[in-house]
Design a binder for this molecule. Structure first.
Ligand SMILES: [Zn+2]
Length: 432
């Protein structure tokens, strides 16, 4: 009898412990849960291609999807939250405001921006942009993009592939197919850049669909850089014979003015046998320092295989001059997520990689002091891949096996420790 009692007690204790643990693991979000959620007015929505945990930073934490729910990890409180404020909710299924398990787009494009949650949802008819507050209240459909019927000789909207939140807008790369025959199977893909105002739902088109739909290779546009109130768009026009031209257009969000800042041919990349193997832009933008844009410029006239080199410049878009920052070192900015991430830490320290035969050296260049310092020596295939910056931390990931496996773990580290290579002070954060 005593033995039986003991058993029941043990079971009760375990049950209580489990209850306690699950209640303790995540908090329901309250409207003032994330006070420090804006630091640079730039958030890239969650990208779809992370198969092991998708996330987006929101200033001082991470937004991520787990078990069909949108959740937040807050670095300052070290708490995890589910983005549903209803304490009676089971947080499962469509009744829950944080639930995305039935959304065919998953968490793609979702972001926590200026204290609100945004996400996209796709069905047979359209893609909708939703907004709600962090507790799941105030739900709104901000914008609806119709998935148009297939019509020969015209464009049909099929998808969006990037979503970056900046200056009160979400900027998307929208994919359209130009349909060439009745079956709808023969089509040419193109891509245009659009901005959706997060207050009014109004749409701005930063590039327009090509007029000719029966080309083999269509014109398309890509987001080159977003930040500091501007969007730089690259408009790529195929010229035939594997040659394309790229015009870089700078769009000022406040004044709604545009100007062409540079134009060049894309660099053809040849394989070892001299065959065409794709193309590279001459310029790539990574940030802004004072009135100039940080970019890499490709050099080496006769590119063979991967022999081309990069240098880092400050580009003056008015005078159209390039000022060499790193002195012929073939350095490349170090961020994996280059578009929305400022490769300038704290706005003035440019982190870059110099590749050696058997290792990579990671430097930072202080644009205020005009000096370069070695931060640490990394493995050849780059172990510590920086992905985001928050106010006082850097977020990086380490792949389990970068050659064969796309799974990775996420770590945070203070900026100071990172720049000194003190990785023993890193903290692991799991969203698996
Ligand atoms: Zn819920």
């Amino acid at each position: 009898m005593v033995l039986k009692m003991k058993k029941i007690t043990v079971i009760l204790v375990i049950a209580c412990l489990l209850l306690y643990l699950s209640a303790c693991g995540e908090k329901e979000a309250e409207n003032d849960s994330f006070k420090s959620n804006v630091h640079d007015d730039l958030v890239e929505g969650i990208k779809p291609f992370y198969d092991n945990g998708a996330f987006a930073s929101y200033g001082d934490g991470l937004l991520y999807g787990q078990d069909g729910l949108l959740k937040v990890y807050d670095f300052s409180t070290k708490e995890r939250y589910v983005l549903c404020g209803n304490t009676n909710c089971k947080h499962f299924g469509n009744d829950c405001a944080a639930w995305f398990g039935d959304n065919s787009m998953g968490v793609f494009g979702a972001a926590l921006y200026n204290g609100k949650v945004y996400y996209f949802q796709k069905d047979d008819k359209d893609i909708k942009l939703h907004s709600q507050d962090v507790t799941g209240e105030q739900q709104k459909v901000l914008y609806k993009m119709d998935l148009t019927d297939v019509k020969v000789g015209s464009y049909t909207f099929v998808d969006i592939v990037r979503a970056i939140y900046h200056n009160g807008y979400v900027w998307v790369e929208a994919i359209y197919d130009a349909i060439k025959d009745k079956s709808g199977n023969d089509s040419v893909e193109t891509k245009v850049i659009q901005g959706i105002n997060l207050e009014t739902g109004d749409r701005i088109e930063l590039s327009t669909l090509p007029k000719v739909v029966d080309e083999d290779a269509s014109e398309y546009s890509e987001i080159e850089y977003i930040g500091d109130g501007v969007v730089i768009v690259g408009n790529i026009t195929p010229l035939g014979n594997n040659v394309s031209r790229e015009a870089y257009i700078l769009y000022d969000i406040e004044s709604k003015s545009t100007k062409e800042i540079y134009k060049s041919e894309l660099i053809s990349i040849l394989d070892e046998d001299g065959n065409y193997n794709g193309e590279l832009p001459e310029l790539q933008f990574f940030g802004k320092y004072k009135d100039k844009y940080v970019c890499t410029k490709y050099y080496d006239e006769n590119v063979n295989g991967n022999d081309g080199k990069f240098d880092i410049y400050l580009f003056d878009t008015d005078k159209k001059t390039f000022e060499l920052v790193t002195d012929g070192i073939d350095g490349f900015p170090f961020f994996e997520n280059r578009y929305s991430m400022k490769s300038l830490i704290d706005g003035s320290k440019l982190i870059y990689e110099v590749s050696k035969d058997d290792k990579s050296e990671i430097y930072y260049y202080d644009l205020e002091k005009n000096e370069s310092k070695l931060a640490f020596t990394d493995e050849k295939n780059l172990k510590y891949r920086l992905v985001e910056e928050t106010e006082d931390k850097l977020i990086f990931k380490i792949y389990t096996n970068v050659e064969t496996d796309s799974s990775f773990n996420i770590y945070t580290i203070s900026k100071e420790d990172y720049l000194k290579g003190k990785f023993e002070n890193k903290e692991e954060f799991s969203i698996k």
